[in-house]
Design a protein around this ligand. Structure first.
Ligand SMILES: [Cu+2]
Length: 217
């Protein structure tokens, strides 16, 4: 056993070096583990704010709210405009528009019980052809609306998507495409004041959105 000159034995010196090396390795391992944990936590915390990650999910609620607000506004404005212009005599002539976005411009049509006949004119303000984005205007009572809409879809475009000879159909126009116009004139003698009627487009799938209330007052 030789003296190192520092007061340590050779074996003690080796043991000290090994201990230091062990501590260094242990420390590095620990800091890597700790660093990794911190890194993971930072990623977890910040990933939801990453501009691209989950961007759609984060924007969705705001967009839905905005869309609903827009629809509500447009309907409200339309209803107000219609209410302002409404007159018993004028209500016998109704004009409604359909577009390429599966929309009617009215959610409600109100006619006077004094109308001998009512004429509904449908204008397609879009540009798409009738076989792709065709629209018509069909009137039934509320309970017949769904079954007639479905029967209409099955009747085919050759029947304007209206079930042939179906007594539940109170009035119906032909199917038209973008830029076209059609109308139907019918008696409202069989309609009851205060009852609820539904107007809709019977082109397959459109009735879910393209519908509204028809009222006799
Ligand atoms: Cu339609």
């Amino acid at each position: 056993v030789s003296d190192s000159g520092l007061g340590f034995s050779h074996n003690r010196f080796i043991a000290l070096i090994v201990s230091i090396a062990f501590l260094v390795v242990l420390f590095e391992g620990a800091s890597e583990l700790g660093g990794g944990m911190i890194k993971a936590q930072v990623e977890q915390t910040t990933s939801k704010f990453h501009p691209e990650k989950n961007a759609e999910d984060r924007l969705k609620p705001a967009m839905v709210l905005a869309t609903e607000a827009n629809i509500d506004n447009s309907v409200e404005e339309t209803s107000e405009a219609v209410a302002a212009e409404w007159s018993a005599e004028g209500s016998c002539q109704q004009v409604i528009e359909g577009n390429d976005m599966l929309q009617f411009n009215l959610k409600e049509m109100v006619v006077s019980a004094n109308c001998k006949e009512v004429t509904v004119t449908l204008k397609h303000t879009g540009a798409m052809p009738a076989n792709v984005m065709g629209h018509n205007w069909v009137l039934t009572n509320n309970t017949d609306f769904m079954p007639v809409a479905q029967a209409g879809g099955a009747a085919g475009i050759e029947n304007n998507y209206v079930p042939v000879g179906d007594q539940r159909v109170l009035a119906a126009t032909t199917i038209i495409g973008g830029g076209q116009e059609t109308s139907v004139t019918f008696s409202i003698d069989s309609l009851v004041v205060g009852d609820d009627y539904t107007f809709f487009c019977s082109f397959p799938g459109h009735y879910a959105i393209m519908k509204g209330a028809f009222k006799v007052i």
